[in-house]
Design a binder for this molecule. Structure first.
Ligand SMILES: Nc1nc2c(ncn2[C@@H]2O[C@H](COP(=O)(O)OP(=O)(O)OP(=O)(O)O)[C@@H](O)[C@H]2O)c(=O)[nH]1
Ligand SMILES: [Mg+2]
Length: 326
């Protein structure tokens, strides 16, 4: 029996031939099926189009699934008030630092390259948490793109060095060169393509005179560019307790407590904002509608007197209590 195909069908078929993506192919096939004259002479062709549609749908579903699976271990979602990178040469004590400051238990080994993938842990600091990320070691003056992208997302860096190592100078130099090549700096950035953040060098394994002597040499070379914090994570974990405060200062955030008019402030859950944030920034962090309707605010803390009325561009300080009036 003749098929007697219509001009509309040939048009749809041409679209199918011209289609480049699976979505375009699928749309054209569905159009072909809808315009094909429905009679005995086209039954075989209808069946053929239906089977092509079904195959294509299965294929696109599979493609989508495998695309979702391309997983980047360096992509660690931010949690808590700030994200801090723990980096440094192999075997310096980066994973040990996470053991001391957080509940995370990354593998610690007495051999280099124990850590292969970054892993996060949460550090308590008074009433907030700061996320630390234990990165794999930097042993060569080069880091991969996903490594540098991950560093660019962090708010500060702790650079752990091993002062026992007789190569500590070269090891530190290698890390700094790798960062510089990735346009990451701890000082003021040459231009906007650079990422700049604050850093602190954790000079680890300072328990004996040999280590402390090495540290003095390192300081001679680098103290104009870097700040050093000597510790012995293994022998004196208590030496890091002050470090929590230093890390909090490094990430440059403030804690602000909100208060509804006529109610006591919510001191349980502070809002964590970048240093320099204003009343308006706080309102936006609470809810965009609140920012929209914001008229004035009263402040306990950074104002001259408690409960003082301030304008929306008033800069907030750490531990301010703010009553928003909209
Ligand atoms: N002597 C001494 N050893 C330490 C100290 N802190 C850590 N270590 C040891 O140093 C070794 C390396 O520690 P890790 O925390 O695994 O070092 P890492 O920097 O994470 O190492 P990679 O992941 O391989 O880069 C382990 O054997 C630790 O026990 C310290 O203060 N003094
Ligand atoms: Mg490690």
């Amino acid at each position: 029996m003749p098929a007697n195909l219509s001009p509309a069908y040939f048009e749809a078929e041409q679209k199918y031939k011209n289609a480049r993506t699976s979505e375009e192919k699928l749309a054209a096939l569905e159009e072909m099926l809808s315009v094909i004259p429905k009679h005995k002479g086209t039954e075989k062709l209808q069946g053929d189009i239906k089977s092509r549609i079904s195959k294509l749908k299965k294929q696109t579903a599979r493609d989508k699934q495998s695309r979702g699976k391309t997983y980047d271990p360096f992509l660690i979602e931010k949690a808590g008030g700030a994200q801090v990178a723990v980096i440094g040469p192999p075997n310096s004590g980066k994973s040990t630092l996470l053991h001391v400051l957080t509940n995370a238990r990354p593998e610690v080994g007495d051999y280099p390259f124990t850590t292969h993938q970054p892993s996060p842990g949460m550090m308590d600091y008074e009433d907030i948490q700061i996320q630390l990320i234990d990165f794999p070691p930097i042993a060569f003056p080069e880091i991969e793109g996903n490594f540098s992208n991950a560093l660019r997302r962090t708010d500060a860096a702790l650079l752990v060095i091993d002062v026992h190592s007789d190569k500590v100078l070269e090891e530190l130099e290698t890390v700094l060169t790798a960062l510089e090549k990735a346009r990451i700096t701890f000082t003021s950035p040459p231009d906007s393509t650079w990422h700049s953040f604050k850093s602190l060098v954790i000079a680890n394994k300072c328990e004996n005179p040999h280590g402390r002597e090495n540290l003095e040499v390192v300081k001679e070379f680098f103290s104009s560019r870097l700040t050093f914090f000597p510790v012995s994570l293994l022998q004196n974990p208590a030496s890091v307790e002050n470090l929590r405060t230093r890390i909090f200062q490094l990430v440059e955030v403030i804690r602000v407590y909100s208060k509804k008019p006529g109610e006591p402030p919510d001191l349980e859950r502070p809002f964590v904002l970048k240093r320099g944030s204003t009343v308006l920034n706080l309102a936006s962090a609470i809810h965009k509608d609140i920012a929209h309707n914001l008229k004035t605010a009263r402040i306990w803390g950074s104002a001259k007197f408690d409960g003082q009325r301030v304008t929306v561009d008033h800069q907030l300080e750490d531990k301010d209590i703010v009553e928003i009036q909209s």
